[in-house]
Design a protein around this ligand. Structure first.
Ligand code: PMP
Length: 374
């Protein structure tokens, strides 16, 4: 068997230990005589798997008791709609929601919410015509135009395409008008470091980066935000109904939840989120150092204080070298480095499951390639 270093932005590499355990349990889970994919979601085996996954997630993130954890379907894209459907449409006093636009994903969320209700752009840092589509930093406090009556303030705490990450949750929370809940799309950096969940009203994340296979979407929601959906909302879209049914109104994505549960256990063995953060910082520093020391051969346009530890976009000074870079990287066993089509260049996604050795191999290759082609 041959496994490469996979830098794909998602679906992304999973911990080898987890995959091996899945393989071992695939046909017969713990003596059940069948695999998790094949068992009833209402049986005691799967119920136990779901409960353990939730308990481990609560422990990892330190989720306070007054928050519900939902395992939903539809991806983060469904949350772009489900958030306003639940938190905006039914609230008679708070009829508008604020969106901070820091990259393609928050822009998509903002556009989708416009289909549901009234939303305002509380800040955008898009500067057209620049590298990486112009999204290269977070807005400063004096650039924010926040509605104190907003139903919520939405942001994406890690822009997967542009590599812009919110590192200082506390500073962000301090800007919030009293009573306005913060809603965060954490799809591409959840579980990469500790987070103070109590600063957020709702956190959502698709699974296929740091959680497990695509198909399950995590929603962590403060209880007082439940039950705000207007009458007439489709049942399956109502957070309250999903919470009341323990994410089992209908058949949940059982296999994805099972693998996510194994990833949570793996994370606990890495020293939890603090342990993971230390490793992630080390990995990211290696790549940024290689870029910054390349004398302009490679360039990452993101402001230093918000460079992502998970997704590192970079361009080559000579775009004609893009193709040879990718071809030689692949030959060296480094996969998935092509940047998103909207920004071009390269992107190294170095999620939790990418080992330090994989990052070392990438940096070695980058240095070598620069030396040969400078
Ligand atoms: N938000 C972010 C930050 C993402 O990175 C992605 C997917 N790459 C999405 C939303 C959309 O996720 P999904 O494909 O699960 O709907």
């Amino acid at each position: 068997m041959h496994r490469v270093w996979n830098f794909s932005a998602g679906p992304a590499t999973l911990p080898t230990e987890v995959l091996l355990q899945v393989q071992e349990e695939l046909l017969d889970w713990h003596g059940a005589g069948c695999g998790v994919m094949e068992m009833s979601h209402r049986g005691k085996e799967f119920t136990g798997i779901l409960e353990a996954a939730e308990a481990d997630l609560r422990e990892l993130l330190g989720i306070p008791a007054q928050y519900k954890v939902l395992f939903l379907q539809g991806g983060a894209t469904q949350q772009f709609a489900q958030v306003p459907m639940n938190l905006l449409a039914g609230d008679q006093d708070r009829r508008s929601a604020d969106y901070i636009v820091t990259g393609s994903w928050s822009k998509k969320a903002f556009k989708e919410a416009q289909r549901i209700g009234q939303v305002r752009q509380a800040a955008s840092v898009e500067a057209k015509g620049q590298v990486a589509d112009g999204f290269t930093r977070l807005p400063r406090a004096d650039e924010l135009d926040l509605d104190p009556q907003a139903a919520y303030l939405h942001l994406c705490t890690n822009e997967t395409i542009h590599g812009v990450e919110v590192h200082d949750d506390a500073a962000l929370a301090a800007l919030l008008p009293a009573g306005v809940p913060l809603v965060a799309d954490m799809s591409s950096h959840i579980l990469s470091r500790p987070v103070d969940v109590s600063r957020y009203g709702l956190i959502y994340a698709g699974a296929q980066k740091n959680i497990g296979p695509s198909g399950v979407t995590l929603v962590i929601v403060r209880e007082d935000l439940l039950g705000r959906a207007p009458a007439g909302i489709p049942t399956v879209m109502d957070y309250q109904v999903m919470a009341d049914n323990g994410s089992m109104l209908n058949t949940p994505p059982t296999f994805a939840i099972y693998v996510a549960g194994l990833v949570f256990q793996w994370l606990k063995r890495q020293g939890g989120l603090a342990g993971m953060q230390a490793i992630n910082r080390e990995k990211a520093e290696l790549v940024y150092a290689a870029i910054d020391a390349s004398q302009g051969f490679y360039k990452n346009p993101v402001a230093a204080d918000c460079r992502s530890c998970m997704n590192i976009p970079f361009t080559l000074a000579k775009p004609e070298l893009d193709k040879p870079f990718l071809a030689e990287a692949q030959a060296a066993g480094l996969l998935g480095l092509k940047g998103h089509k909207s920004v071009g260049g390269m992107r190294a996604s170095i999620y939790n499951a990418m080992p330090l050795d994989g990052v070392r191999a990438l940096v070695h290759f980058m240095n070598d390639f620069a030396a040969k082609n400078a």
